[in-house]
Design a protein around this ligand. Structure first.
Ligand SMILES: Cc1ncc(COP(=O)(O)O)c(C=O)c1O
Length: 408
């Protein structure tokens, strides 16, 4: 008979042999002390650590206003949403949150999903059902959830080289003029920290009659006067057809959404399996996200501090000859270029220095570009940076990893 266990073991072994096996650090965050956490080691002992790779970019997951709203909502209405949106999951705070999100992105409507992943998968696959013959043009570095949605839609798709508008234009020009088309891309790419040319992409979409679909997962809350993302910063909110985001990163809670014209949102709401057939977000999450968005809208100083911290860390690394990669955003990637060294430095940072940062290895990034990805928040202090830079300096020397000449 078939040996199921052996087959599962082989599949895990394959991951291990490719150096992709993941071990999760056991971390307990300390309320009110973000980015501090307590790590439980395998032997049961504990260690204080500073988290340097959280996507809770602004620490909103610990913000008093968010926690108070969540506590209040649990006390008022209980735990779960009670089912799908259609059956009993349309709770008041979900409706209010959708209105707030639509307003934030200057769109007519918004629609919640249980995660950003689900939002991308459900929307992109459904657009191909709604628009038969839709041709999708997808940036080569798009997130796995976008790729899953585009593939699951089953229609024609073309991948353009990352942020390469000339390549995108060549592909658009080669497609039939009358066919419906969609350009799917991200604003901030989270592994390199580079930012797409939104205005240039919109211009091409106009020229070739395409719709635009923008994932602002790593930008919402962080860019633009009210934090609505790079589209707001670049003054093009009204020109992007569909904006997709998460509630789980800068907003600090969990969930995902799209914002678009009411008719687009209504069509996706009516056809998307990943929206229709799943229990909706619990009220505490939507209430917490609502409080977070309201706070973010009116606190630009958080965004300023966030950018300042990222710029300071980049400068500190560069001055120490640590090969910080070029990044236009709040993401601070440091090139290591070897998966074993990358994992080793990450392990030693944690064990010996109480610094938690995950190694980013293939297949998340191409081989030879393995890196450590730091995401300093407004709560990371100068002292924490001193400690981090000293630790990196010592470990790059220890592992003999190539450096950049120190800045003059
Ligand atoms: C670009 C991008 N889009 C979508 C997602 C999925 O969002 P969520 O974590 O809410 O599922 C992620 C990462 O998590 C992402 O990096």
């Amino acid at each position: 008979m078939f040996d199921y266990k052996a087959a599962f073991s082989r599949s895990v072994e394959q991951v291990r042999s490719e150096g992709r096996y993941r071990v999760f650090a056991d971390l307990k965050r300390v309320r009110g002390q973000f980015p501090l956490a307590v790590r439980r080691r395998e032997d049961g002992t504990q260690q204080d650590v500073v988290i340097w790779c959280s996507n809770d970019y602004l620490g909103m997951g610990q913000h008093d206003a968010v926690l108070a709203a969540m506590h209040e909502e649990i006390d008022a209405v209980g735990a779960g949403a009670g089912g799908t949106r259609n059956i009993s999951g349309t709770t008041r705070s979900a409706v209010d949150l959708e209105a707030e999100l639509a307003d934030w992105h200057q769109k007519e409507a918004a629609l919640l999903f249980t995660s950003g992943y689900v939002g991308n998968e459900a929307t992109l696959s459904t657009l191909q059902k709604i628009l038969p013959g839709l041709i999708v043009f997808s940036d080569s570095l798009n997130h796995a959830s976008m790729i899953a949605g585009i593939r699951n839609g089953g229609g024609e798709r073309h991948v353009f080289r990352h942020n390469d508008l000339a390549h995108l234009e060549a592909l658009l020009a080669a497609a039939p003029a009358e066919a419906p088309k969609l350009i799917a891309f991200e604003s901030v790419y989270s592994m390199d920290g580079d930012i797409a040319d939104l205005a240039g992409t919109i211009a091409l979409a106009r020229k070739y009659g395409a719709m635009t679909y923008l994932d602002e997962v790593h930008a919402v809350g962080l860019y633009g006067a009210t934090g609505a993302g790079v589209a707001e910063r670049d003054g093009v909110l009204g020109q992007i057809d569909i904006i997709e985001c998460t509630l789980g990163k800068a907003i600090g809670v969990m969930g995902g959404y799209i914002a678009a014209d009411a008719v687009i949102v209504d069509a996706v709401r009516s056809w998307a399996s990943g929206f229709i057939f799943t229990t909706s977000l619990p009220p505490a999450l939507t209430a917490g996200a609502l409080a977070s968005v309201r706070h973010l809208k009116s606190h630009p100083e958080l965004r300023e501090k966030h950018q300042e911290r990222a710029a300071t860390l980049k400068a500190r690394f560069a001055a120490a000859g640590i090969p910080v990669m070029e990044s236009e955003s709040h993401i601070v990637p440091v090139h290591v270029g070897n998966p074993i060294h990358c994992k080793m430095i990450s392990d030693m940072l944690l064990d010996d220095y109480g610094v938690y940062v995950q190694p980013i290895n293939y297949p998340t990034v191409p081989k030879g570009t393995e890196r450590l990805r730091f995401t300093p928040s407004p709560n990371h202090t100068d002292e924490m940076m001193d400690h981090l830079v000293q630790a990196m300096d010592a470990l790059f020397a220890h592992c003999n990893v190539a450096r950049r000449p120190a800045a003059a």
